[in-house]
Every structure is written in C-alpha cells, then in structure tokens.
Design a protein around this ligand. Structure first.
Ligand code: MEV
Length: 431
C-alpha cells in the first residue's frame, strides 16, 4: 500500500529521493529507474515514434504528494517546467486530505467518431435510413476491433445531427459512439469511421467526407470533488473564513468572465497536463476537449466550481472530458510513462483519469488561494529566482545564495543575479 505523505521530501538530496519514493510507493526501485536517466527514452526508441528524429528532449518530473483519491493514497508524477505547480498541488492535496481527500468518478469510456455526409438530396430521409439500419451499422462497427471487443468495449450507439447554417449549405453528421475501455481510443474510432463510410454512403446516397474522432469527448467525463474545512485554510494574517470566501469570490469572476476563465482554466491544466504528459498521453487532445467543454453553453466559463457547504467547509468540484489511455501508443513504449503508471498503481484508464482531474482541482485551489490572499508572485518568486540564478551562470550552492538574495531584495532579474554573482566572485578571490 502506498503512502503519499513523505515529510521532508523537498529537502532530501536529489540522489536519495528515488529510493525514498520507491519505499513510499511499495515498489522495487528498478521500476522508477527511467526517472534517473532522463526518462529512459533512447534516441533509437524515439526514432520509431515520430519522423526526422535527432534526439530527445527532457523535462523535470516532480512528485505530487499527499493525494488521497477514493480512499487510496496516490503518489503522482508530474512533468512540468513551471515552478510552484508541484508544490502547490501537494500542499492543496494535504488540505483536501483533512476533509477526506478527493472523491472521483467517471462515465463509461465512450468516445465519439464523426462522419460528415455531404451531397444529399434529402437530408431527412438520409437520417431516417441511417437510423433504420442502426443495428446493422453498429454490429459492423463492433466487429472491427476484436481486442477491444474482448475487453468489453465496442460500438454503443449512432446519433444523427443536421448542421443547417454553414457556408456549404446544410449537411448531415453521423456520430458513432464507441466504448474504448482502457485505450485513448483515437485509432479504434478513426478505423471504425473509415470502415463504416462506404455503407453510410450506400444507405444515404451521399458522400462521406471527414471520418475522424471528436476531441470534445463529452461522453467520457471524469468528475472529482473535495471538501476543505475552513480552519485548514488559515495562514499568516488570513483567517480560514476569509480565505474560503475569497476563493469563492475569485471563482465567481471566472464563472462570469471568459478573460478570467481562460486563466483560471489554465491553472487547472497546469496540474492536468503535468500528469497527462508524465503518462505519455496526448495532452493536445485533453486541452482541446477541456476548452471546448468549458464553452459548451455557448459562453466560455470555469471548468470548476467552488462553494461553501452548510457546515462552512469549502467544497470544490471539477468535471471535464478525460480521454486518456493506459494501453497502446506512447503510454506503452515510453519507459517513464510505464514507470508513472506503476507509481500511481492505476489499473484502468478511468482510475488514471480520476487522478488527473483531482490534480487539476488541487492546482486550481492552489492558484485561487494565492490569488485571493498574498498574490501569486511571492510563492512563484523563490523558485523562479533559482531559474534566473542558473540562467545567470550560478552553480551548486551559489544558486540558492543568489536566489535568496534576489527574493530578499524584491528584484528577481537576470542583471541583478549577474551582479550578485560578480560580487560573490570578487569577494572570494584571494587578495
Ligand atoms: C499560472 O500558470 C496559472 C495561474 O495564472 C492560474 C490562475 O490565475 O488561476 C496562477
């Protein structure tokens, strides 16, 4: 059984962290070995993944601590270049833990494949014909992927839609609903749409133009919820109630205003994408689905909600499409993506989705708590200052020295870092 609380992890030397993590995750250390070697993806393996490969590109992996999701502790690998995200998520997971952790659930993993049917003389009779032959079309689609079928997936439904207002006139869109189980599903759905197209043309007398998955995966939703006792939110000069109410006020801004909602949702995606990337999943698909879902009412708005319950607790929820897989693609061939799945102990794509969305909610809370109180810059600055110190040429212990000095001065800039470094070098020269 994993224990996601590792006190002092932040202050441990880098060389000791993997061993401590393996111990907390109750895993042999070898499972996490790819993390110690730049992700473990060899240029040769990369050469089989995409075209014109010249090498690989590394990013930091940090561990989201303190997460408790559906009564289970989870250690969460997060791949991200931005400071404060891992620390913020871990801290908020600790506060959520005090209220019982995250409660998450998912719908069936159903993806939507779209077929655009053009050149129809009578759209209504084409719709009727497709619906009359629904059983036949579904059974044809169902037979296309025997592996998915065996795992309990397959074609579930057909829906017809008519697009009236378009520069090319009215046309028909056929949706194939496909349960993809533990796959992301793009390959299975695209194959099914391409295979069904000739039969759809025969039944409608039209021409099937596009045959492709929709990234607005609004039938494959994951929802998570956390409850934070107000007392847990108090810090410095801020009372728990003031922080709680400030968070609700900040959320109301995102609910009402698309300019704020875009930034609010970006904060959610800081957490979401970090885990999506760590597991080798397609973060562009997740981003596209998230923002389209945020605009589903016709107005772009917040993906999360924050309210106060009858006991005065802060309650947050986040619901969004989550088309991630744990079989196939990079999730299977990338060594650190495999390590990530083992570390989290997720056995299904839905379990992975539930971890990802919970990290997104924690990250949203971290941003709102900072914004509603001391502002975002203070927390950001100490880690940002380290990056600036490194960029200015600081190494080893000097990184911390230069960063601390810049934060104390309230000036975190490369020219200031260079100045401090110069001063240190001068004073350490033998006279
Ligand atoms: C920065 O990466 C994310 C935030 O802007 C999110 C937010 O404003 O809610 C801090």
């Amino acid at each position: 059984m994993a224990d996601s609380r590792i006190p002092g992890f932040y202050n441990m030397p880098l060389s000791g962290r993997i061993g401590r993590l393996a111990q907390a995750a109750d895993l042999p250390q070898e499972v996490l070995a790819p993390y110690a070697s730049g992700g473990g993806l060899s240029p040769e393996a990369a050469d089989h993944m995409i075209e014109n490969v010249v090498g690989t590109h590394a990013l930091p992996v940090g561990i989201g601590l303190n997460f408790r999701i559906n009564e289970k502790d989870v250690l969460v690998p997060m791949v991200i270049e931005e400071p404060s995200v891992v620390a913020g998520a871990s801290f908020m997971a600790k506060l959520a833990r005090a209220g019982g952790g995250f409660r998450a659930s998912s719908t069936a993993p159903e993806m939507i494949g779209q077929m655009q049917v053009l050149d129809l003389r009578d759209i209504q009779s084409a719709c009727a014909s497709l619906l009359e032959h629904k059983t036949e079309l579904l059974s044809e689609a169902d037979s296309i992927d025997p592996v998915l079928k065996k795992a309990g997936g397959g074609a579930r439904d057909l829906e017809v839609r008519v697009i009236q207002d378009s520069p090319i006139g009215a046309f028909l869109v056929l949706h194939l609903i496909y349960d993809v189980r533990d796959a992301m599903g793009a390959n299975a759905v695209n194959t099914a749409c391409e295979r069904l197209a000739p039969r759809v043309e025969a039944l409608t007398g039209g021409r099937v133009h596009l045959r492709i998955l929709s990234n607005l995966a609004d039938r494959r939703l994951t929802r998570t919820r956390c409850r934070i006792p107000a007392t847990e939110l108090a810090f410095d000069r801020f009372t728990g109630e003031a922080v709680r109410d400030g968070i609700v006020e900040a959320w109301a801004f995102a609910l009402a205003d698309p300019y704020r909602a875009a930034t609010h949702n970006k904060g959610i995606m800081n957490g979401v994408d970090a885990v999506v990337i760590a597991t080798g999943n397609d973060w562009r698909a997740i981003e596209a689905g998230a923002h389209a879902y945020a605009a589903r009412s016709g107005k772009y708005t917040s993906l999360s909600t924050w309210e106060v319950d009858a006991q005065g607790n802060l309650v947050g929820t986040l619901e969004m499409p989550m088309a991630v897989g744990i079989v196939g693609g990079a999730t299977k061939v990338h060594p650190s993506a495999q390590a990530a799945l083992r570390l989290m102990g997720v056995k299904t794509a839905s379990e992975l989705a539930e971890v990802i969305v919970s990290v997104g909610l924690a990250q949203n809370l971290a941003a709102l708590r900072a914004l509603a109180t001391e502002g975002i810059q203070r927390g950001h600055m100490s880690l940002h200052a380290r990056q600036v110190a490194i960029a200015a040429g600081a190494t080893g212990e000097l990184i911390e020295v230069v960063a601390t000095q810049m934060v104390a001065d309230g000036v975190v800039r490369i020219d200031r870092a260079e100045e401090i470094l110069k001063g240190r070098r001068k004073s350490s020269k033998p006279s």
